[in-house]
Design a protein around this ligand. Structure first.
Ligand code: SME
Length: 164
């Protein structure tokens, strides 16, 4: 998306304020909504958290819900990013056999792990309908954003709302 340093700094400050305001118990929904509405190429935005070898959906925003509310670490682009603890940025999901399909219109997907030191707590997952929607500036922005999510991710993991 070619974010300038200045815009990226502003977006990170806004996300920090949002995370501070977000009501405990609502998990990551407000953050996902803010990302989706602020960045036109972010068509579907979710945050998954990793517990017991499974990624659990802890917040999302998009036109449709996903059927993949829990994803084993061995599956999908989401599993790949968490296993290898690195950003996975796919230009065209049709070229990736491990891709777990959610939405017919999806072409690009970027998955960025939320790292707490050497431990992966979860990830940010974004889909969009354009091919090659995400570039190095998205990777850098989302990697910086993911560091802001560590504290919140730890507290949601303690509550593990998906177990209820
Ligand atoms: N496409 C992902 C699954 C999650 S949905 O996109 C919301 C994957 O391949 O892991």
């Amino acid at each position: 998306m070619n974010l300038s340093e200045e815009l990226e700094g502003r977006a990170l400050r806004e996300s920090r304020a949002l995370l501070a305001r977000e009501v405990p118990g609502t998990d990551f929904h407000a953050l996902c909504r803010w990302l989706r509405h602020g960045f036109p190429r972010y068509g579907w935005v979710g945050v998954y958290l990793l517990e017991g070898g499974t990624l659990h959906l802890a917040g999302w925003d998009g036109e449709h819900p996903t059927e993949h509310t829990s994803i084993p670490l061995g599956s999908g682009l989401c599993g790949l990013a968490a296993r290898e603890q690195r950003t996975v940025n796919v230009r065209d999901v049709r070229e990736r056999p491990e891709y777990l399909a959610c939405f017919l219109e999806t072409r690009s997907e970027i998955v960025v792990p939320i790292m707490d030191g050497a431990t992966c707590l979860g990830e940010i997952d974004i889909d969009g309908p354009q091919q090659g929607a995400y570039d190095a500036s998205d990777e850098r922005f989302l990697e910086r954003l993911s560091k802001e999510l560590v504290h919140r991710a730890r507290s949601v993991l303690e509550r593990a709302p998906w177990r209820a």
